[in-house]
Design a protein around this ligand. Sequence first.
Ligand SMILES: [Zn+2]
Length: 303
Amino acid sequence: MTDNTSFQSDKLQRFIFENAAIRGEWLHLTESWQAVLARRDYPARLQTVLGEMMGAVALLAATVKIKGRVVVQIKSEGPVKLAMVECTSDNTVRAFAQWDEDNAIDDNAKLTDLMAGGTMAITIEVEGAKQPYQGLVSLHEESIAATLETYFQQSEQLATRIWLVADQHHIAGLFLQQLPSEQQNKADEQEHWTRISHLASTITEQELLSLGAGTLLHRLFHEEKCRLFEPSAIAFACNCSRERVAETINLLGQEDATQLLNEQGKIEVACEFCNEHYYFDKIDVAQIFSENSISITESDTIH
Ligand SMILES: [Zn+2]
């Protein structure tokens, strides 16, 4: 096992055990996390939750082999109203949260107080598929990692352990999952899982944040046959665009759009993920609906 010397700071590395039907992932995010934090002044406690969610979605996306995107979203009645993170099959991530800015958020607030009554929705959108897959799991009072472990237990019936840690600089994660095995001897497989997940549970948050994949795996599993694969780079990206916002205004309908224009002089739409602001004045809005009417005319000529 060798450590990767690439200077890419944001990456995910898969690994497997050659002596057990167990797969794993190691994750580190720095620049993509800084890109999220630069866009909003999140309270410290919310930073850790949003960071853990961003780590969770990247680990989760790496387990599904699809072309499309994975979204993890929590809506709640608590001080944090909404948190949403996304990872695409092109390894881009984005994230944002909305919270009650009038009241201070306690640094030690429990997850289930911060996001009271919250449910985690996991959506897997495959490009070209009509219906996305969606799984729901109630928030575990301990952590995002514990919530995701419950999700895997319920949805795939695969024993899974997840460690996530986020601070204002980095996000780090470790994932272990028992795979369905051809092995006749289930007792052996169970023993491997118990031993390896126990070894992993000795990890400290500091080790997870500071060590490279090779060093960390060697420290945890030096007596196992562990094979580490090449890293995949992960980066922040937002796919919002003026065209997409125009589509939204089109869906709003001409009457409501005109009313907004009359009230505000222009329509302003901000992307929640990247905080890019899009402005549409009278002429822009007229153009959206005139394009719309042209397409109707064109389709009419077919008949
Ligand atoms: Zn955006």
